[in-house]
Ligand binder design. Structure first.
Ligand code: ATP
Ligand code: MG
Length: 376
């Protein structure tokens, strides 16, 4: 029986393990510092990592796994490097190192001539001001690392916003920032692909994503009305990135679509929220393909013959959601996390025979999720 260890204990680790159990794989998990483990309790052995052990100690404590992977990019890459002396570690520490820092990631994209939003790096509020002088308002300022779901991001429209940002930063220890031109995008599209140890690549259909306040609300696939050339550009970008990084596993790429052009927003060296619909789409889901890739198995089919999507369940109301109140046609994926406002608590998987029907289901579910009576 193969054994995979996952660094991280959130919903992505949970869905990897649930997909892997079905394939006869067993799991162990690394919980970093005080990380919560609700999502993966019962799915395998959990080892707490406080940074005091060596990589060999950790490898042994995990029970000598066959492969190690990550569910997030914010992990210690020296640790990944140390673990790679003992077993396969995918994605590699170099790939994670590049993608865990927004400026390093942008530099790699520049090097491959992949278009992104114009940007500058900033270490101080004065640097930010210089960056804005170059880019022009509006900009989005993002922490270079350790940020997700639109956290540690601020849109600056004018000098007053910059002054407010400077005041906010006054009391804080120094950080590194990406100052990025705001893109008046028409749509947001993500591309997800898996690459095997032998270099084969499979692509999921492009997915359209709708965010609110930087958090993904829903995704639908395949993205409608995309020019065939655009889909090919997305595939070419992912191929170039995966080959440059000698990548093994699932890599996700978030893009803005503007004037029939793709601008890459960011990469995720892992399975991605916008790919959760693959669980209910009767194809090889992103979790299974990631596991297949890192264990050196052939990749599974990603060809979608209908329409599929997901709606995220966020802790929006101040009461937990009553799942029984939702349309029965949606597949419930619940992450077992404690309730907190704005938190991703689960998602609903959808499939439909037409794009119109899929959009109708998405609207219906958003309505049900925001109806106060459906919260117990
Ligand atoms: P996540 O990890 O959940 O994907 P994140 O915190 O890493 O989110 P981004 O993906 O960079 O952040 O941004 C979140 C969302 O904010 C984007 O999907 C987009 O809707 C909006 N956004 C980010 N950057 C820009 C930009 N330059 N111009 C316009 N909108 C932007
Ligand atoms: Mg994002």
């Amino acid at each position: 029986m193969k054994h995979v260890a996952i660094i991280g204990c959130g919903q992505l680790a949970r869905m990897l393990a649930l997909a892997g159990w079905r394939m006869g794989i067993r799991f162990s998990f690394v919980a970093c510092h005080e990380e919560e483990t609700h999502c993966i309790n019962g799915l395998g052995n959990i080892v707490r990592w406080r940074g005091s052990r060596t990589a060999s100690d950790l490898y042994r404590a995990l029970g000598n796994p066959d492969a190690i992977t990550v569910e997030r990019e914010s992990v210690c890459t020296e640790l990944l490097q140390g673990l790679s002396q003992h077993c396969a570690v995918h994605p590699s520490h170099e790939a994670v190192w590049t993608c865990q820092h927004r400026l390093r990631e942008k530099h790699m994209l520049d090097g491959l001539e992949i278009a992104t939003a114009e940007y500058c790096g900033a270490l101080t509020p004065d640097d930010m001001e210089l960056a804005i002088a170059q880019l022009g308002y509006p900009v989005i300022v993002k922490a270079a690392s350790d940020s997700y779901d639109g956290k540690q991001q601020r849109r600056l429209e004018n000098r007053a916003d910059l002054a407010a940002m400077k005041t906010l930063l006054k009391g804080q220890s120094s950080g590194e920032w990406l100052v990025e031109k705001c893109i008046p995008f028409e749509r947001e599209i993500s591309f997800i692909a898996a690459r095997s140890t032998g270099g084969d690549i499979v692509f999921y259909p492009p997915t359209e994503n709708v965010h609110r306040n930087g958090i993904l609300m829903h995704s639908t696939a395949p993205a409608q009305g995309l020019d065939g050339g655009l889909e090919q550009s997305g595939r070419n970008y992912l191929t170039a990135l995966m080959e440059a990084l000698k990548y093994v596993g699932v890599l996700s790429m978030e893009c803005f679509l503007l004037d029939n052009r793709l601008l890459v927003n960011e990469l995720a060296p892992r399975v991605h929220n916008s790919g959760h619909w693959t669980l209910d789409a009767h194809i090889t889901c992103q979790f299974e393909n990631h596991l297949r890739a890192i264990l050196g198995l052939p990749l599974g089919d990603t060809q979608l013959n209908h329409y599929s999507g997901l709606v995220n369940i966020l802790g929006e109301q101040d009461q937990p959601l009553n799942l029984a109140s939702l349309s029965a046609s949606a597949a419930v994926h619940w992450y077992n996390k404690p309730f907190a406002p704005g938190r991703k608590l689960g998602h609903l998987g959808l499939s439909a025979d037409s794009s119109l029907e899929l959009q109708r289901q998405v609207r219906q579910l958003h309505h049900e999720l925001s109806t106060p009576g459906n919260h117990a």
